[in-house]
Design a protein around this ligand. Structure first.
Ligand code: FAD
Length: 473
């Protein structure tokens, strides 16, 4: 129990909610939304429909002062606080029952300095916002594979996507972050200022405060060759991918997926809905070498369908947006590991052959190249020695299918875990049994807990993969 945890369920807090509403009414530039307001239903919903929660108050921040005011009110009233960036949290941490939601979605401004090749983005920006701004100058930084995901949660947990092998994780490209702490202090964190906090923000999640501004390093990324290539569900394809991805140039981002054949024209109808292996590639090397990419993909196995094309980088970031619209249910698990062993591949084939829904996918993100060149202790991201981050991702439409999808995800995770490094990527983790936060942060856990005790001793920021403050002494 901590200082703010007056009611663990967050329900039955009407007096505190009233007091908070009164205090906020005079202090906000942005909007305060309560259950009786017309906008409430739209404002309370998050991307993952599995988390259908009813906060007492929602603040849609319009300026940084709204963030400080909301934190002060959460502190003073003891209401539980959910901080929402893009609202994509797999674990549903961008909302809560009965408490106070701080929605940063209005703070999504992206300002670019093309000469310095840097970009500053508000804490509520999505990858679509950031990519659009950077692409005007032919620039980009590593982000996720779905454009509606928030830059905040994704970067604070690490940041996996197509450009990792070439430029590192999203957090490796963070130059600075402006943070509002639990006490309401506004701090700039960089290598040479508040360095310990800057270290923690690169992998330690939302435990340390609200980031109102992220500054990223950008890279020249002209048009890329990208899109999915589909193969039959065959262990040999996975084995060849395992052996060849590490030898491919770092300009090849290539994730391996196990998913259902989508009902799209590039795939023969007989394969629609059948479990398949796919490689999602993003070649950011020279156009003259596009043919080599085609050969590399053909070498992995028999291609059943392929939708490779040249496109601006932001477009590849939107390719799966339609297949993964807001309102689906998601229950994911994550693992870090070396190259998948034959035993691990057997587990993937077993669960892949009985996918519980059309939207479900297993994804393997390679973590070699530039991700590996960062020292193990340079950031809070704890798995620099892993070769792959795996997402086991049941996603489905109908709530009646929840039990079946969740059971499949849990069983898969327990079957695969003996073949992994123990912990998982926090951003892929549902919030329940089967994993421990200590495993996810490994050797960095104690250092993070000591910092937490210093900057957030009351654990105001606890709706996240929580690192409770270390006990004194
Ligand atoms: P939110 O729900 O807004 O927040 C997530 C967490 O971050 C919460 O704990 C929240 O309190 C905290 N937080 C949010 N904003 C701030 C802020 N400004 N300051 C401090 N804390 C904050 N991950 C990848 O790495 N690569 C991918 O390609 C990828 N693809 C995904 C695709 C889908 C469809 C989904 C559902 C998730 C995906 N993820 C991916 C996982 C994603 O990184 C996490 O869900 C991430 O937390 C989303 O960030 P958000 O800001 O949208 O989420």
């Amino acid at each position: 129990m901590n200082e703010y945890d007056v009611d663990a369920t967050g329900r039955g807090e009407p007096e505190r909610a009233e007091a908070a509403a009164r205090a906020l009414a005079t202090r906000l530039q942005g909007r305060l939304i309560r259950p009786h307001n017309e906008q409430y239903d739209a404002a309370r919903r998050v991307y993952n429909a599995l988390h259908d929660r009813h906060p007492a108050l929602i603040v849609q921040a319009a300026e940084v002062a709204d963030v400080a005011a909301t934190l002060a009110v959460a502190r003073d009233t003891g209401l539980s606080l959910a901080v929402r960036g893009g609202g994509h949290s797999v674990a549903g941490y961008g909302t809560c029952d009965g408490g106070l939601v701080l929605d940063l979605g209005g703070l999504n401004d992206c300002r670019i300095d093309p000469e310095a090749r840097t970009l500053r983005a508000g804490g509520g920006a999505t990858w679509a916002d950031l990519n659009r701004a950077a692409a005007v100058f032919g620039l980009a930084t590593p982000g996720g594979i779905v454009s509606t995901t928030g830059i905040a949660g994704l970067t604070l947990g690490g940041g996996l996507g197509y450009l990792n092998r070439r430029f590192g994780l999203s957090c490796d490209n963070l130059i600075a972050a402006d943070l509002v702490t639990a006490e309401g202090d506004c701090l700039t964190c960089r290598e040479d200022a508040n360095a310990e906090l800057f270290w923690a923000l690169r992998g330690g999640g939302g435990n340390f405060g609200v980031v109102i501004d992220f500054e990223y390093r950008l890279h020249e990324v002209p048009d890329i060759l990208g899109g999915p290539t589909f193969y039959p569900l065959d262990g040999e394809v996975i084995r060849r991918y395992r052996e060849r991805i590490g030898e491919a140039p770092e300009t090849l981002g290539a994730l391996l997926a196990i998913t259902s054949g989508p009902p799209l024209p590039f795939l023969p109808e007989a394969w629609h809905g059948r479990p398949m292996v796919a490689v999602l590639s993003c070649w950011s090397g020279p156009e003259a070498e596009d043919a080599w990419v085609g050969e590399w993909l053909a070498d992995l196995g028999e291609i059943v369908g392929q939708a490779l094309q040249r496109m601006p980088y932001p477009v590849i970031n939107t390719l799966f947006d339609e297949l993964l619209p807001p309102g689906l249910h998601h229950y994911w698990k994550g693992c870090f590991s070396g190259p998948p062993s034959d035993e691990a591949i057997a587990v993937h084939l077993d669960f892949g052959a009985r996918l519980p829904s059309a939207e479900t996918a297993t994804l393997l993100f390679p973590l070699d190249g530039a991700c590996r060149r960062i020292e193990a202790d340079a950031t809070a991201f704890a798995y620099r020695d892993a070769d792959f981050a795996t997402a086991l991702g049941p996603s489905w439409t109908d709530p009646a299918d929840s039990e079946r999808n969740i059971a499949w995800g849990r069983d898969y995770y327990h079957a695969l875990r003996p073949h992994t490094d123990g912990g998982g990527y926090v951003n892929f983790m549902a919030d329940d049994d089967g994993h421990r936060v200590t495993d996810n942060y490994r050797q960095h856990y104690d250092r993070l807990a000591r910092l937490k005790a210093r900057v957030d001793p009351g654990n105001l920021f606890r709706l996240n993969h929580n690192i409770p403050p270390a006990p004194p002494g």
